[in-house]
Design a protein around this ligand. Sequence first.
Ligand code: GLU
Length: 219
Amino acid sequence: MCGIFGFIGDRSAAPLLVEGLRRLEYRGYDSTGLVVKNGSLQMYKKVGKVTELSKILPNHIEGDTGIAHTRWATHGSVTDTNAHPHLNRDESIAVVHNGIIENYAIIKKKLESEGFVFKSETDTEVLPHLFAKYLKMGNNFLESGKLVLKEIKGAFAFVAICLDFPDQLFVSRNSSPLAIGLGQGANFVGSDAQSINHLTQKIIYLEEGDYALIKINDV
Ligand code: GLU
């Protein structure tokens, strides 16, 4: 097992992301990472425990939206590069993912033939590139997410963030758990209630195949 945490709202994201990761530690993991949106996507990833990640974080990271991850490697060795989040080429989209994209090899081959360049050995990395492909075709974030879901098979939960849609998180789950927490001027997403119930008691548990667009005051 492993975990996902995400935040969109009215306060500094980084401390919330680190606390979310600590609350997911019991699930087991080999590496961690996070992205905070602040004009660009500020990304930090590290093999090892959350304390190892904390050591490489600046004292203050500006930004009120972000996503974080504890990884249990299934595809690709345990390295900083393979840790999540994963980005598209121009680093405008980031994705954290738990589970397995079963048909990733076919998708990766097709994307590579279309010119997409992969940096990691993970199955996950097809997700930011697929988002990039569908966004470039003129789809909005929600439409792109729905098109990504049509392509992928497997057991997964993921959260995506995009600089071009700064006030939105796209989330989906299929066989891996994911819950959304509804706050005041802020919303949260996490692998379980334990990761968000210190922030809000209003929790929606996503069901198989569900997807959602999370905004600051709306889901
Ligand atoms: N399959 C992905 C990887 O190996 C996600 C693993 C996980 O659930 O943490 O990076």
